[in-house]
Design a protein around this ligand. Structure first.
Ligand code: KIV
Ligand code: ZN
Length: 521
């Protein structure tokens, strides 16, 4: 306990157990090097206590706790120990070199655990509490004692154990909700009652430790503070036994965001939360669910048009925290089928496009159509669309509709409707393949002498639902023009590209041969 935490009644100690309770979750094992990396980040993040492992559990755990104790500059380093002298002595050896070493020792106190797990009478357990804490105090000044399954322990017995632990020298008393069974009101009441009834309770800091079996770990944690606890045990990303522990990032941001109703202070640098989350996810290979509070990839992303519109006017309309406050560079307006005009216009502007009202309206319609067909609309899709739209502004010929029949049973047929100088005209043509059929239809509707010099298709983004971008070069009388067309349908993109090239050709003709401008072909 630092002098600041001892005297400041609103200061909350953040005790991180990612490397102990977190690492205990099935499949979350970390290597020695990964544990050191996580410990360094936790220290930089500002946690007060790093529970580095369970030294008696294995040689590897012992080595990791010792190495972390040696290297961590600021935080206390704790090791876990059962109620056995050999556990406590081994733990003491592991944390010995820490700037602030802590031994965290525990024993079950609930009737169920004492009877079936420990097979001991309550008085035997009580005697062990005093003995184990005293043993730990012989090694270090900072001793935490936990009443395992505390929330299912009889209140009288819990109070007797807590009093004995403090008397034997425990400086922190943890009442864990080991099985994630309690609810906020009850947990708050447990702390209030114990603190009121235990005569020496003012000599220790009380701690919450919540598991998430009912999804209540963070709510219970915060309720424990209201009951008088001033240490929070938690893990990055909420990893831990079964459904996990209270998530550090959620607790920290709840305290940060709602300081008006929870006037507690702590030392966490919230701007490092995202980094910490990513590191723990990477080393454990536990993915972070997309909609996870604070660090999920959707936590600061908006797709719905109404929300995007609100966000563009004032971010506080739909965000209670800034992305920067948790280390995310900015809010992302995900462009999808729910996005509205305002977000689309803002996205184009951000990408450097300024479209006129008509072009914007056209581009927006095409974007909506694309978003209906495609799972993810990438920036490259919007770019292709905007380029396409700019290329088509002021054109005399536009593609209105296209139907193609293709496949093994030729001939391939294209039915094409073009708008030429404001008039719709339709033609059906066949060809040697669908592209040939389309170009023949174009020829029939807009006769011209230009020849096709180059035709290339490429996918704008990855995936089978990617937009196609077709590039076309036409040549006529020594003049060449290049144009592009984009669409999720390669054939439509081809028609658009060819028509764009024809339009360009007409502009070129106008410049060199004004009398030819009147004729489309
Ligand atoms: O959940 C629990 O009870 C624990 C103790 C060892 C503190 O993790
Ligand atoms: Zn636990």
């Amino acid at each position: 306990m630092t002098s600041e935490t001892a005297t400041n009644k609103s200061r909350v100690i953040i005790f991180d157990t990612t490397l102990r309770d977190g690492e205990q979750s099935p499949g979350a094992t970390m290597t020695f090097e990964e544990k050191l990396e996580v410990a360094d980040l936790l220290d930089a993040l500002g946690v007060d206590v790093i529970e580095a492992g369970f030294p008696i559990a294995s040689e590897g755990d012992f080595e990791a706790v010792s190495a972390i104790a040696k290297r961590v500059k600021r935080a206390s380093v704790a090791g876990l120990a059962r109620a056995a002298y050999k556990d406590i002595d081994r733990c003491a050896e592991a944390v010995r070199q820490a700037v602030r070493p802590r031994i965290h020792t525990f024993i079950s106190t609930s009737p169920l655990h004492m009877k079936y797990k420990l097979q001991k009478e309550p008085d035997e357990v009580l005697a062990m509490v005093s003995a184990q804490v005293a043993r730990a105090r012989n090694h270090v000044a900072d001793v935490e004692w936990s009443a395992e399954d505390g929330t299912r322990t009889e209140m009288d017995f819990l109070c007797r154990c807590v009093e004995a632990a403090i008397k034997a020298g425990a400086t922190t008393i943890n009442i864990p909700d080991t099985v994630g069974y309690t609810v906020p009101d009850e947990y708050e009441r447990i702390f209030r009652t114990v603190i009121e009834r235990v005569p020496n309770s003012d000599k220790a800091i009380f701690s919450v430790h919540c598991h998430n079996d009912l999804g209540l770990a963070v709510a219970n944690t915060l309720a424990g503070l209201n009951g008088g606890a001033r240490q929070i045990e938690c893990t990055i990303n909420g990893i831990g036994e079964r459904a996990g522990n209270a998530a550090l990032e959620e607790v920290a941001m709840a305290l940060h965001t709602r300081a008006d109703v929870m006037p507690y202070t702590n030392n966490i640098d919230t701007t490092m939360l995202t980094r910490a989350s990513r590191l723990v996810s990477a080393v454990t290979s536990f993915p972070v669910q997309y909609n996870k509070a604070i660090v999920g990839r959707n936590a600061f992303a908006h797709e719905s048009g109404i929300h995007q519109d609100g966000m563009l006017k004032n971010a506080q309309t739909y965000e209670i925290m800034t992305p920067e406050s948790v280390g995310v560079s900015k809010t992302s307006l995900v462009m999808g089928k729910h996005s509205g005009r305002a977000a689309f216009r803002s996205k184009l502007k951000e990408m450097g496009y300024e479209l006129g009202d008509n072009a914007l309206e056209d581009a927006f319609k095409r974007f909506k159509d694309l978003a209906d067909r495609k799972k993810i609309v990438y920036d490259e899709d919007i770019e292709a669309l905007a380029d396409d739209e700019i290329g088509h502004t002021g054109e005399r010929i536009r593609v209105e509709a296209l139907t193609v029949i293709a496949g093994t049973m030729g001939p391939q047929t294209a039915t094409l409707t073009l708008e030429i100088d404001g008039k719709s005209v339709t033609k059906q043509a066949t060809g040697n393949g669908p592209i040939d059929a389309i170009f023949n239809a174009i020829h029939a509707l807009a006769p011209h002498t230009a020849t096709l010099e180059h035709f290339q298709v490429h996918a704008v983004t990855e995936g089978t639902d990617a937009q196609a971008e077709v590039s076309v070069r036409l040549a006529e009388d020594g003049k060449t023009v290049n144009a592009k067309g984009a669409d999720p349908d390669t054939l439509v993109a081809a028609a658009r590209a060819y028509i764009a090239a024809l339009n360009k050709l007409m502009v070129k003709r106008k410049k060199t041969k004004p009398e030819a401008m009147g004729q489309v072909g």
